[in-house]
Ligand binder design. Structure first.
Ligand SMILES: [Zn+2]
Length: 290
C-alpha cells in the first residue's frame, strides 16, 4: 500500500496540477479493470498527491466509458484519504454565471449505463448518501475560494446526466424548473464509490456556459467557452493547491461510512468477492472483528 494523502481528479480542460512537485507516475491495475490513465504522483507542502485525468490525458474516454470503479479503487490502493474533483459544468440558474465556481452539496442522478457500486455478488452494503459530498472538504474549498477572490456559490444541486450528447431544450428547462443548479456528466458515480471506499469527496464545479435553456446561449461562441475554460482551470488549480496546503487531513465521518452499512453476515461473505474488495474492507474488519 502507498501512502498518498490527496487525490485530484481533473475533468475536461484540466489535465495537470502545475504547482506540485512531480515525483513519478504509476500504472495501477484493479480487479475492476484499468483506471482512466496513469496516476501522476507529486508533493505539495509536504503532502503527497495523486492526480488523475478523468477522461485520460488526451481526452479519449467519454463520460459513459469512464471506469469509475477502477479509478476510485486505485485511489484507495494509493492510500488516498480525500479526493477533490474538478469538473466543467453548465449552469441551470440565471445567477450562476459562466466563469463562476460552485461547490455543490447535492446530487441528482440521471445516468443510465454505469456501474456505481463495489458491492453485490455476495456482500451487500447500503451506505448513507443523503449528503453525498464531504462537508469538511466542501468547507475547505469554500474558504479557499473566498481567499482567492473568485466568484463562487456555496451550494447547489449537481444534476448528473448520461451524455455524451448535451440536453434537449425540454430537458434543460425541466431540470431548471425542478430547482437543479448545474449539470455535468461524471460526478455521481465518483461520489457514491468514494463514499463506499471511505474516502472524502468534494467537487469544485467550473461553470463554462448556460445550458441550452438560456436564450443567450445560442449566441455563445466556442472561443468564449474555451477562454472561460482556461480561466476556470487556472483558478481551480490555485484553489485546489491551496486546500491541500492548508488542510490537516483530520479524521472524518466519510472514513467510517461502511461501519454499519454491510448487511451480509461475515460468515456468509462470498470468498471471491471478499478477495476483490479486501482493500475496502480492511478497516471494517479492524473495527468489527475478523
Ligand atoms: Zn469527509
Amino acid at each position: 500500500m502507498y501512502e498518498v494523502d490527496y487525490g485530484v481528479i481533473g475533468g475536461s480542460g484540466f489535465y495537470s496540477l502545475p504547482s506540485f512537485k512531480k515525483t513519478g507516475e504509476i500504472n495501477i491495475k484493479t480487479p475492476f479493470g484499468n483506471p482512466s490513465d496513469d496516476f501522476v504522483l507529486g508533493e505539495l507542502s509536504g503532502k503527497k498527491v495523486a492526480f488523475l485525468a478523468r477522461h485520460g490525458r488526451h481526452h479519449t474516454i467519454s463520460p459513459t466509458e469512464v471506469n469509475f470503479r477502477a479509478n476510485i479503487y486505485a485511489f484507495k490502493l494509493l492510500g488516498v484519504k480525500a479526493i477533490i474533483s474538478a469538473s466543467a459544468v453548465g449552469s441551470l440558474k440565471e445567477e450562476i454565471h459562466p466563469g463562476d465556481m460552485v461547490v455543490p452539496d447535492q446530487l441528482f442522478d440521471r445516468t443510465r449505463h454505469r456501474e456505481d457500486t463495489f458491492f453485490g455478488e455476495g456482500i451487500v452494503a447500503h451506505i448513507s448518501f443523503a449528503k453525498p459530498f464531504c462537508e469538511k472538504l466542501r468547507q475547505r474549498l469554500l474558504k479557499s475560494l473566498s481567499k482567492n477572490k473568485i466568484s463562487f456559490h456555496r451550494s447547489g444541486t449537481y444534476l448528473c446526466m448520461e451524455g455524451p450528447q448535451f440536453s434537449t431544450q425540454a430537458e434543460s428547462l425541466f431540470y431548471k424548473s425542478m430547482g437543479m443548479s448545474i449539470i455535468g456528466m461524471t460526478n455521481l458515480q465518483e461520489a457514491k464509490l468514494s463514499r463506499e471506499a471511505e474516502i472524502c469527496y468534494a467537487t469544485l464545479a467550473l461553470v463554462t456556459d448556460y445550458d441550452c435553456w438560456h436564450p443567450v446561449e445560442e449566441e455563445v461562441k466556442i472561443e468564449t467557452v474555451l477562454e472561460i475554460m482556461e480561466k476556470n482551470t487556472k483558478n481551480a488549480q490555485k484553489v485546489i493547491c491551496d486546500v491541500i496546503r492548508e488542510d490537516s487531513l483530520d479524521d472524518c465521518e466519510c472514513h467510517h461510512a461502511l461501519k454499519n452499512a454491510i448487511v451480509t453476515d461475515k460468515a456468509q461473505w462470498k470468498i471471491s468477492t471478499y478477495r476483490k474488495l479486501k482493500p475496502l474492507l480492511l478497516k471494517w474488519e479492524e473495527r468489527n472483528g475478523k
